[in-house]
Design a protein around this ligand. Structure first.
Ligand code: SF4
Length: 233
């Protein structure tokens, strides 16, 4: 078991140097109708179903450091060459390294939508982070909630805490002017308890996606090792 806030700090030491952050790949991707994607190194969770592999589990030995300006330039070039209108960070947790992320957002033109895919933990931990993000009008945040409740969160991530911050991030985003939606990973067919939670916090109308877990070979191997693969078939 681990504490995701402590793990965020430890990960920061590995993946941040001044305002530079580690990335391991830049690519055009077909999601969202076509999107320029930067795959980042490092995360504050260890989801058992994560496809990212080394980008999460081997942050020390993978990737290179890039300044926010360099990342912006690469993303803008990909978007321009492919005719995309969206850019995103994927592969790890982009909210680790607040200054880097804010500077990166400042370098993305307003006519491109920046999709921030996050587990929301650092946003729920510190309301000022959400406030700082709210000045970017081209930002859309996709918060991926791990599990319908704390018990499933712990089962899926192995973390001792953090679920309350995931939910808190939704409340903070609700009160900000930031565009956002919710994605949900669950092994349960019945996500009613989570829908009830959304109702309680006034988000019954929020767009909710059920994320499908892809059983890539390394994901399959990890789930088999944990003896939980049957939950994901
Ligand atoms: S939060 Fe995302 S990147 Fe991090 S371990 Fe979970 S699935 Fe992987």
């Amino acid at each position: 078991m681990y504490n995701p806030i402590d793990l965020s700090k430890k990960t920061e030491e590995l993946v941040l140097k001044d305002k530079k952050r580690k990335y391991y790949r830049f690519r055009p991707a077909r999601f969202y109708g076509g999107i320029a994607t930067a795959d980042i190194v490092g995360c504050n969770l260890r989801c058992k179903f994560c496809w990212s592999g080394n980008g999460v589990w081997n942050a020390m030995n993978i990737g290179k450091f890039y300044s926010p300006e360099e990342v912006a330039e690469i993303l803008l070039n990909i978007a321009e060459s492919k005719g995309y209108h969206r850019v995103r960070i994927s592969g790890g947790e982009p909210t680790i390294g607040r200054q880097h992320l804010i500077k990166l957002l400042e370098n993305i033109y307003y006519d491109l939508v920046f999709i921030l895919e996050t587990n929301g933990i650092l946003l729920g931990f510190d309301i000022t982070y959400v406030e700082a993000l709210s000045k970017f009008k081209n930002l859309h945040i996709r918060v991926c909630i791990k599990g319908i409740d704390y018990k499933e969160f712990t089962f899926l991530t192995g973390a001792e805490s953090g679920y309350k911050y995931q939910i808190k991030s939704l409340e903070y985003l609700r009160d900000s002017k930031i565009s956002f939606n919710v994605a949900m990973v669950s092994t349960s067919n019945d996500i009613e308890p989570f829908n009830d939670r959304l109702n309680e916090i006034g988000l019954s109308k929020i767009m909710l996606e059920k994320e499908k877990i892809k059983l890539y070979p390394q994901v399959k191997k990890r789930l088999q090792k944990e003896r939980i693969i049957n939950y994901f078939r």
